[in-house]
Design a protein around this ligand. Structure first.
Ligand code: MN
Length: 240
C-alpha cells in the first residue's frame, strides 16, 4: 500500500515572543504509526491557497486548539471565550470546504469537531462550566494531563466511530471548555459522556468518511493496539 498523504491543520503558538507554527508532536506520531504521511499546513498561509495546499493530499485532520469565534455561528461573544484565532478559523473552513469538494475523508479532533459542526450549520456552547445546566457538566477540562483518561464516553453502536475504535465505551482524556450545542443538520452524534455532552459526531448521509471526536486520541499513539490509534488507522484506510 502506498502510504496516503494526510494534511494536518496547524496553529500558531507564542513561545515568549517567538512565534512557532505547527502541531503537537503527538499528531505526527499517531499518523505515522497508523501508516500515513503527515503534511503540515499553517494558518499563516493565505486562505486563498488552501486549495493549492490540499493538492495531492488524500485526507485531512483538523486539530485541536483555540476556540472557534462565535461570529462564525452568528452568536455574540458571551465573555467567557478562551483564545481565538480568526485567521485560523478562516483557513480551516477553507480546508474543510476543499476536503469536502474533493470527497476526502476527514478526522476532526476537539476544536476540529467544533469547527466542522459550525461549518455545517451547527452552534457551540461557548463555555460549558458556566452555560451547561441544570446539572453541572463533568469536569471536561482537567488541565495539562494529556495522559489521563478522565471520563467515559458511550459510543453509538453501528456508527463509523464504533467501527473504527471497535468498542462500545471508552475512557477518554478531556481538555475542552466548549462543546456542540446545536448539532449541524448533516451530522449525527456518535458518542456522549454521562452528563449528556456530545463527545463525537459523524456525517449523517452517505458522503465521504467524516468523524469528529472531542477528546485527543493522538495522546495515546503509543498504545499500538489501542482504540485511539485505531481511529487514525481508520482514516488511513479511508484515505488509501
Ligand atoms: Mn470531554
Amino acid at each position: 500500500m502506498t502510504p496516503p498523504r494526510i494534511a494536518l491543520s496547524g496553529r500558531v503558538t507564542d513561545h515568549g515572543g517567538k512565534h512557532h507554527t505547527g502541531v503537537h508532536v503527538d499528531y505526527i506520531h499517531a499518523l505515522t504509526a497508523a501508516g500515513g504521511v503527515p503534511i503540515l499546513l499553517s494558518p499563516l498561509m493565505k486562505p486563498g491557497h488552501a486549495s493549492r495546499a490540499m493538492e495531492g493530499c488524500n485526507a485531512l485532520v483538523l486539530t485541536g486548539g483555540e476556540d472557534v469565534h462565535p461570529s462564525r455561528y452568528a452568536t455574540e461573544d458571551g465573555g467567557r471565550l478562551g483564545k481565538t484565532d480568526p485567521a485560523r478559523d478562516q483557513f480551516e473552513l477553507q480546508l474543510f470546504a476543499e476536503a469536502d469538494a474533493r470527497g476526502l475523508p476527514v478526522l476532526a479532533i476537539c476544536r476540529g469537531l467544533h469547527l466542522v459542526n459550525v461549518a455545517m450549520g451547527g452552534s457551540l456552547w461557548q463555555d460549558l462550566p458556566s452555560e451547561w445546566g441544570p446539572e453541572p457538566a463533568l469536569d471536561h477540562d482537567v488541565g495539562d494531563r494529556w495522559d489521563i483518561r478522565s471520563h467515559t464516553v458511550s459510543i453509538r453502536p453501528l456508527s463509523k466511530l464504533a467501527a473504527a475504535v471497535a468498542c462500545e465505551t471508552l475512557e477518554v482524556n478531556s481538555f475542552h471548555h466548549q462543546a456542540i450545542r446545536r448539532l449541524a443538520p448533516g451530522l449525527v452524534g456518535s458518542a456522549e459522556s454521562t452528563d449528556g455532552v456530545i463527545e463525537a459526531a459523524e456525517r449523517a448521509d452517505g458522503g465521504p468518511w467524516l468523524v469528529g471526536v472531542q477528546w485527543h486520541p493522538e495522546s495515546f499513539w503509543r498504545e499500538s493496539d489501542g482504540p485511539d490509534l485505531n481511529l487514525f488507522r481508520a482514516l488511513v484506510r479511508e484515505a488509501s
